[in-house]
Design a binder for this molecule. Structure first.
Ligand SMILES: C[S@@+](CC[C@H](N)C(=O)[O-])C[C@H]1O[C@@H](n2cnc3c(N)ncnc32)[C@H](O)[C@@H]1O
Length: 156
């Protein structure tokens, strides 16, 4: 199984890019993870925020490979523990489909994206900045993959 993280938001600061790259590399022999950044919708004076979110959603859906398993990152999703995430990862691997994780824009995910999602993953009830979300998600995927490989990275 391959995984893709599609994130609304471009030009990650260096500390995010380096941190993400660190976990992407560590994950690579267990779960190849590709990052795809999607241009945010235009906001500002005389701009409709709903329209901007819908534009983001259209770009996200256009970036999906064929028939992947789609998981949104969303504060209203399921707050899996790291052990539960490892179980989900094992389950997703058994589906024989590629995995796509989605990070939304400033107002969250577009309705069309929510309608396409198979599952929704919450990192907890706090609203996190989207750049931090990609970093934490990559670390937690690495932790989950390490658990499944009986690697000693995770100590409960
Ligand atoms: C700044 S947040 C958007 C907040 C927006 N008001 C909402 O209700 O979703 C940008 C993106 O970061 C992700 N995100 C933020 N906090 C999260 C959390 N606690 N768990 C999972 N994803 C989160 C989501 O993908 C969200 O669409």
């Amino acid at each position: 199984m391959k995984a893709k993280l599609i994130a609304v938001g471009e030009r990650a600061p260096r500390w995010v890019a380096e941190g993400f790259e660190e976990y992407r590399k560590r994950l690579s022999h267990w779960l190849p993870l590709e990052l795809v950044e999607v241009e945010p919708g235009v906001r500002g004076k005389n701009r409709d925020v709903a329209r901007a979110t819908a534009d983001e959603g259209a770009r996200v859906l256009a970036a999906l490979s064929k028939s992947p398993l789609v998981v949104t990152l969303d504060g209203r999703g399921r707050p899996w523990s790291s052990e539960q995430l490892a179980q989900r990862l094992e389950h997703w691997r058994g589906q024989g489909r590629d995995l796509v994780l989605l990070i939304g824009g400033p107002e969250g995910h577009a309705d069309d994206v929510l309608a396409r999602a198979d599952e929704s993953w919450s990192l907890g009830p706090l609203t996190l900045p989207h750049m931090l979300v990609r970093l934490v998600a990559a670390e937690q995927l690495y932790r989950a993959a390490a658990m499944l490989a009986n690697h000693p990275y995770h100590r409960a």
